[in-house]
Design a protein around this ligand. Structure first.
Ligand code: MG
Length: 400
């Protein structure tokens, strides 16, 4: 039996992971579940999957979880705090760690799982974006196996030559092609996009995801962050990674080889495929995903992204080229701007402008250790909050 720790259990990737594991009860055991603060949801998952330990980051929520579990007669132990989540990532009973806590909050536990030599299923793209060199170093030092779960990177992982190593440019590869659905505003005018509501931005046509990543898909910043993630995981230069819009979201990314071959991975847009691939690699197991009927799909379309309407893509490419702290600043600026948009404190059309102004204040420096990363992240957020208040002083534009 392979023990699995799921960090970020109540989110969409966490729940999809549990769905896949439930199909293979003889092979995998859920040993621990962690989440930020959703006690009700985590209690339900504990009663169903019976982990040894469940941790909520917020202590008040952990108290509620404890009460719910004791009342239901559950034997699951309850822990609390970020340090307890890091312990789950290192715990000996877990051979596999699903790192699915989104944002900077998932950084420490992801690095801990890498250092501890786990099979690390990486769904927390911020670890690669904010602390890429530290992540690759931790994977090497811990002799961990990293399998990317982000659907595009998982597709590339599946198409790489045998023997490819995380963080090293694979031999014989000319380019990586990241596919982008184009998000809900693919065919909207710039004027209509400027005043789009959070509900419209979160109505993704193909994937069902959390709100932050849904907004990032609508601005194409998600693809920009994925480009950065690909430079880190596959050791490629930003100029050797192309973004191609593919509205059907059936081809999840491609690897182009020097001989002219292009290898692609296709499948229904459902995170259970990359999750099952990562759990079982190099074997294959059933995921519960609907099989793709190509005749029914009919046609696959591709086009270049419109960089004028989606300036976040160019901002991310600039950060990828700049290196150092730039990707971390970009990520923090984006998180602050997107949260302000979701809180209806910022127009959709002003998200790139906020990020651009934060990037203009990027300090010099590199990433030495995790504390430096977290310090720089706090500095970037403070800078972004200042830029936001300038925007508010000027006033919100009325929606078009
Ligand atoms: Mg993705």
């Amino acid at each position: 039996m392979i023990g699995v720790a799921i960090l970020g259990a109540t989110g969409s990737v966490g729940r999809s992971t549990l769905d896949v594991l439930e199909r293979h009860p003889g092979e995998y055991r859920v040993v621990s579940l962690a989440a930020r603060n959703d006690a009700r949801r985590l209690a339900e998952l504990c009663l169903r999957y019976r982990p040894d330990v469940a941790v909520l980051e917020k202590s008040e929520a952990a108290g509620e979880l404890e009460a719910r579990l004791r009342e239901a007669g559950s034997a699951t132990r309850v822990g609390t705090g970020a340090a307890a989540i890091v312990e789950l990532a290192r715990d000996r009973s877990a051979g596999v760690v699903m790192a699915a806590i989104s944002g900077a909050a998932g950084l420490r536990s992801t690095l801990a799982a890498a250092s501890a030599g786990k099979r690390l299923l990486l769904a927390n793209k911020e670890s690669a974006v904010m602390a890429g060199p530290l992540l690759v170093a931790a994977v090497r030092a811990g002799e961990a196996t990293l399998v990317p779960i982000d659907s595009e990177h998982n597709a590339i992982f599946q198409c790489l030559p045998p023997g490819a190593r995380i963080g090293e440019r694979p031999a014989g590869v000319r380019r990586l092609l990241l596919t982008a659905s184009g998000g809900p505003f693919l065919d909207w005018s710039a004027a209509a996009m400027a005043g789009a509501s959070p509900e419209q931005a979160c109505a993704h046509p193909r994937w069902s995801m959390g709100r932050k990543i849904s907004v990032d898909s609508a601005t194409l910043m998600n693809k920009g962050l994925e480009l950065i993630e690909a430079t880190v995981l596959f050791g490629m230069e930003p100029r050797d990674i192309a973004v191609i819009v593919h509205p059907q979201s059936l081809m999840h990314s491609l690897v182009e080889y020097l001989d002219g071959s292009m290898l692609a991975q296709l499948g229904s847009p459902d995170m259970r495929t990359p999750i099952a691939q990562g759990l079982a690699w190099p074997a294959r197991i059933a995921s519960g995903v609907e099989f793709l009927d190509l005749a029914k799909a009919g046609s696959l379309q591709f086009r270049s992204p419109d960089r004028a309407r989606f300036p976040c893509l160019g901002l991310a490419e600039d950060a990828a080229r700049a290196g150092g702290l730039a990707c971390l600043w970009l990520n923090a600026a984006d998180e602050v701007a997107v949260q302000a948009f979701l809180d209806k404190q910022l127009n959709f059309g002003d998200i790139p402008g906020v990020i651009e102004r934060v990037m203009a204040q990027l300090p010099a420096g590199g990433l030495t250790d995790l504390d430096a990363v977290l310090d720089a992240d706090a500095g970037a957020r403070q800078c972004a909050a200042g830029v936001l208040s300038d925007f508010h002083a000027v006033g919100m534009r009325t929606p078009a």
